[in-house]
Design a protein around this ligand. Sequence first.
Ligand SMILES: O=C(O)c1cc(C(=O)O)c2c(n1)C(=O)C(=O)c1cc(C(=O)O)[nH]c1-2
Ligand SMILES: [Ca+2]
Length: 561
Amino acid sequence: DDVGQDRLLNADKEAGNWLHHHKNYSATRFSSLADINKDNVKNLKVAWTMHLGGVEGGGIWSHGGLEGTPIVENGFMYVTDGWGSVYKIDAHGGKGVLLWKMDPKTDHDWAGAVACCGVDNRGVALWGNLVVSHTLDGRLIATNKETGQVAWQRQVADPDKGEVITGAPLIVKDMAITGVAGAEYGIRGWIAATDLKSQKEVWRTHTIPGKDEAGHETWKDDKDAKASGGGSTWVTGSFDPSTNTIVWGVGNPGPDWDNEYRPGDNLYTDSSLGLDADTGKIKWHYQHTPNDPYDYDSVAENVLVDVPGPNNTTQKLALEADRNGFAYAIDRNSGKFIWGLPFVKKVTWTKGLDPESGKPVEYDPKQGVQRYNAAVTPSRTNKVTDICPGNMGGKNWPPTAYNPNLKLWYIPVIESCNRITVEETTPDKLKKREFFTGGGPSQPVKITGSVTAIDVTTGKVAGKAETEFPNLGGILATPDLVFSGQPSGEVIAYDAKSLQQLWQFNTGGGVNAPPMTFSVDGKQYVAILVGLGGAWDKWFIDATPELKRMQPGSMLYVFAL
Ligand SMILES: O=C(O)c1cc(C(=O)O)c2c(n1)C(=O)C(=O)c1cc(C(=O)O)[nH]c1-2
Ligand SMILES: [Ca+2]
């Protein structure tokens, strides 16, 4: 069947399907399927598996990994591997049969040399009779759903400028919305919309304002830092049809750690943006870490939820769990801060958030260069510091999930601290396709994790299931369960209320992708891609030597009762 805007708007009415990257436009990753539930989940077993490809390396990477969320429509599944090959799998009859594989022949070295954080592709979207996907080397590809033949493709990002694409597209009203990666390579970030009918660009909004645009005054240097100021957009956003607003997160400023290079708040880096879907115009923004010296990308998905507010009002919230260790609820119509709280156990970079503005309490708008908690903040005068959360963040790209019945929001947590060494940056350090980070991390301290639940009616932590390793995969919520995986191989089901572990299965490979659920022939399944890749191997693995024995791999696991 064709997938049009009607079905995309009503994706949750198709209970057995999973049509959007984040399940629905609100990005809840909640499925109402409840045949697998807390009473029987202990009987969950492997139903079938499939080996995929894409483990080969390229550029600075020795191997690819799997970070994608499978999409399922009417019993057919669409998944990607790290190099952007798309696989269509027939999931009828209690088994998986590969129907076609579309190999986009991604340029491994051209793209892999400027992928900061792994050979990653987080999945596809559906539109009409097409499967819409990205490649690391910057293309948007439309593939015929039936035949697997490429219908058309368009170069959207340019690896010559250090731009790559790792996120899944978001389809809004006949447009594919694309975010870009490259804030560690001196790009100037953007979000672009491609008309899927004409295959032409409809709009492209830069996340760093141009000379005459509002916000450009937040770049106060005299060396044109904003031209290479980062602000990538590498995680898929959400969409509020009632206000025609796309909500999308923006990554770190560059150079990452030397914030003296770029005095000012550096809008719209580390911000959530509300964009007019038709024009890409920025309606509102909320910035989490002004003049960021920590590499705290705010690319996380914004989950759009309505909760009862004071005096019989409804609060229209956008929830975001930031790399800086704080979870935020903002008003998604105005961008105004409502509440925020730390969701990690250890935050050292600030003493907390101002309850009115949500800004870090040390934030001083009169200062160009922010020091926050100066004792631990990396700077030209404090060149080697230990900081919590570390630069992998309290939560990275792995998505949260929200249970609308329980009003609980589940965060895949990385309990991290790490060591930063600052290098003073000068404009001559800016070289095409080379890191432009103003320093770098090392990892002398162990990193663990948790699944942390927040009650969004109170803005308080409601529960925590601690894990030995960081959560690098993200969350699936069902009416009474929460699923997630570990980089050591386990897929785990928790009780949605108590977060007590009810089931686990060891896949034998590192889980670096979110679980999802679907049904076909009247039977519910839980699916997850397994293959450790991403940033961990290169940047953080010293903290978890046990994970060094995880082998590269590329597998799909599907579970059923
Ligand atoms: O600023 C960027 O453009 C950018 C892109 C990506 C990416 O595309 O995967 C990551 C990061 N930054 C990043 O800072 C980071 O920690 C990270 C982890 C991962 C991953 O897949 O494990 N990607 C990225
Ligand atoms: Ca980044």
